[in-house]
Design a binder for this molecule. Structure first.
Ligand code: CP3
Length: 362
């Protein structure tokens, strides 16, 4: 079945995520969770230990497929997300990615000068990032139509934040410094990254990804005007580039902390916006109208509440969106390693149970 036929089929687990992105009626609200394959799952920790490192997990398609499937075996999730990382692009550009235990990502050779930026060039995703494409193909085979597969990339701004040697605890001041001191070099870097992201996501689409998500985790740290100039402008270029390919896939943009920009983000022509937990689905919906679907936005910390309180917060999130199609349930950011896996089941099952009513009211 191709994705058009899948969309046209009656709503069920195999297609309700794609139908919600297209704002078509669904039997219940679809749900997937950012970082659903991750350290809160003991089976993930075991596979990672067996692999030896996070990068080996990403670079071995059999292992990436295994960890992608793990949360789907436990929970009735409505989408799978490719197991990989946004930092595969800078790694393929030669920056040398590694993860320091408890500290997060580091590059051996971060960008230190304008000359470093001007040495970068485009990559062929089927060559330098072939392991990602192989994982996409293998996961699609393994899923065998159970649920759609989400491919993803980081946004140019968020990738630049990491590539310029910044750390999240420094507020990525290196990237802002370059934007202010060498705006032309910054724009050259972001324009190159936008082309690379288009090539990368187009290759994931060709390999079998059925929806594409762009994580702009650090866009919301920018001042208002700078967000438009350094982040949104390149998100719009990516949406244009990906809509021009054969058989385009729906695109979800997620700029964390960028509530002030939702309407402008919808203007890019993307199909959905991800909201963090500080936003109101109701206000966002009033703002974007029927232009895009909305994804989100339960507070990730709500998974520490007792099951009854958690179910209540799920119900409130569904009620905040209100009746009618176009809602994809998710957290407002990734699930954290401290969460009890039983709590995920509470979320997924209550979304489906309460979501049936919200969608009947439509
Ligand atoms: O969502 C999924 O289950 C798919 C896999 C996925 C990972 N990273 C796996 C991962 C996805 C979609 C990402 C995206 C990602 N990576 C983002 C954007 C989304 C967001 O969370 O804002 C960012 C900013 C990164 C960069 C990154 N990767 C950081 C900052 C870290 C270290 C901090 C952390 O959360 O551990 C990673 C490592 C990482 N990526 C892990 C996983 C499962 C943990 C690695 C481990 O096993 O130790």
């Amino acid at each position: 079945m191709n994705d058009q036929q899948l969309l046209a089929a009656p709503s069920g687990r195999h297609n309700r995520y794609l139908r919600a992105l297209a704002r078509m009626p669904v039997d219940t609200t679809p749900v997937w969770i950012m970082r659903q394959a991750g350290r809160y799952l003991p089976e993930y920790r075991a596979t990672r230990a067996q692999a030896g490192s996070f990068m080996t997990l990403c670079q071995t398609p059999e292992l990436a497929t295994e960890v992608t499937m793990q949360p789907l075996r436990r929970y009735e999730l409505d989408a799978a997300i490719l197991f990989s990382d946004i930092l595969t692009i800078p790694d393929a550009l030669g920056l040398g990615l590694h993860f320091v235990e408890g500290e997060g990502p580091r590059f051996e050779s971060p960008l230190r000068s304008v000359a470093d930026i001007d040495r970068l060039g485009r990559i062929d995703p089927e060559q330098q990032l072939r392991y990602v494409m192989d994982a996409v193909r293998m996961i699609r085979r393994e899923l065998n139509g159970l649920v759609p597969l989400i491919g993803f990339s980081g946004s140019p701004w968020t990738l630049a934040c990491y590539m310029l040697g910044g750390r999240s605890d420094s507020g990525f001041t290196e990237a802002r410094q370059l934007a202010w001191n060498e705006p032309e070099a910054m724009h050259r870097l972001l324009a190159l990254l936008a082309q690379i992201v288009v090539d990368y996501l187009a290759a994931q689409r060709a390999a079998g990804a059925q929806s594409l998500m762009i994580f702009d985790t650090w866009g919301g740290t920018l001042p208002y005007a700078d967000y438009r100039e350094y982040s949104l402008r390149y998100l719009a270029q990516i949406v244009d580039g990906l809509q021009a390919i054969d058989d385009p896939a729906p695109i979800t943009l997620f700029s964390k902390g960028a509530q002030a920009h939702l309407s402008a983000m919808a203007d890019t022509g993307c199909q959905a916006l991800g909201l963090d937990w500080t936003a109101s689905l109701k206000s966002a919906r009033a703002l974007v109208g029927d232009r895009v679907a909305l994804q989100g936005n339960l507070d990730p910390a709500a998974l520490r509440a007792n099951p009854e309180a958690l179910r209540n917060m799920v119900a409130l999130t569904l009620a905040d969106y209100g009746p009618g199609p176009g809602h994809v349930f998710n957290l407002g950011h990734g699930i954290t390693p401290d969460i009890d896996p039983a709590q995920m089941k509470v979320v997924v099952d209550s979304v489906h149970r309460f979501g049936q009513q919200t969608n009947l009211l439509a």
